[in-house]
Write a protein that binds this ligand. Sequence first.
Ligand code: SF4
Length: 405
Amino acid sequence: MNSENMRAESPSTAFSTTPAHESELSAAQTKQPEPAILEAVHLRKYFPLRQFKLLGAPEVVHAVEDTSLALYPAHALALVGESGSGKTTVARLLARLYDPTAGTILFRGKPVNTGKVASLRSYRHHVQLIFQDPFSSLNPVHDVRYHLSRPLRLHGYAHNRNHERELILALLNRVSLSPAEQFIQKYPHQLSGGQRQRVAIARALAARPEVLLADEPVSMLDVSIRLDILNLLLGLKNEHQLALLFITHDIASARYFAEDTLVMYAGQTVEGGPSEDVIQSPKHPYTQLLISAAPDPDRIGTDEQGTAGRPERGEIPSLIHPPTGCCFHPRCPHAMPVCRERFPGRTDLGGGHWTNCFLYGSGDDHSSATSLTDNKTTHTIVPREPKQASQADVQQKEEATPEHN
Ligand code: SF4
């Protein structure tokens, strides 16, 4: 029997097929939102090009432009966009693998000091990144024990070798790799893609973090395994009150896995708010494009807007010489002259839903239009009700969504 199939699904990681109890809902709705654990405030990241240039300033890749977000305990925020939209760079900035060109990262309200090694170690104790590719994130010459023992030793959790082994076995059981004794001595090449990603998740959990940054955690896995891994992440989020950043190019999955959704295009955030509102009632033409490209059986026959006026897929623009004004204007069927001149300010649409588009209130008088250097606009999201998704919903979604690799 395949060892992946031997894994028993932990009850705590399975989706509830029962709707949340009404009394629980009303209690949660009256609960005051907790303070954000991790915040990004006006983050920018420019990568200088390696080129020999005698005259003029060196060119840069504008990977992230003025992005702000906030992560809350036991809440998931989906960061959605096409490849090249800057979402992975945001995750790496938050993980402090990159230093921001501008902007601030706040952990529990305090600016993160990027300079000291000790402070970096302490930060990584709280904030862990799960990489997209489970085939390259594990060192092929080391076994599972080695990969999990390192963070345990680094953060001082293992008192001796016996204790270390106990903690490793507990971690393997926690990510449903059982019997754990069989997996502890395996090398990455002896594991399936799903099992490797579980080891990567166990390694992240070994640091006992408060924030998990999951960078397309299932996009390189077989469709049949994706649901298990996403179930696991959701179970961990709820059980450990983790703040979860879920990076994905599949906007439809965000509705089922995240309370809030933030849409990125060409390094800029263009729409955000409760996932239900953003996905069921998208306002920004780019969000509408993403949704129209994602198969969704729920939407069949309910799309009042149809496809008329929806942008063609087109290409993501150059990030070395990004378009002026709204970066989406070369692809947008609604583009106006002002869209080429200025970046639209944020328009609040109610209920925490907002967008940056001149179609919604800032196109006529330009009163809320801002340039990219205006530092007054924030995209902080207030946490919503914790997500409850049914297994039937998710399975339906997985069947309808094609593989993206
Ligand atoms: Fe289209 Fe203009 Fe809105 Fe940009 S600001 S999405 S170009 S209408």
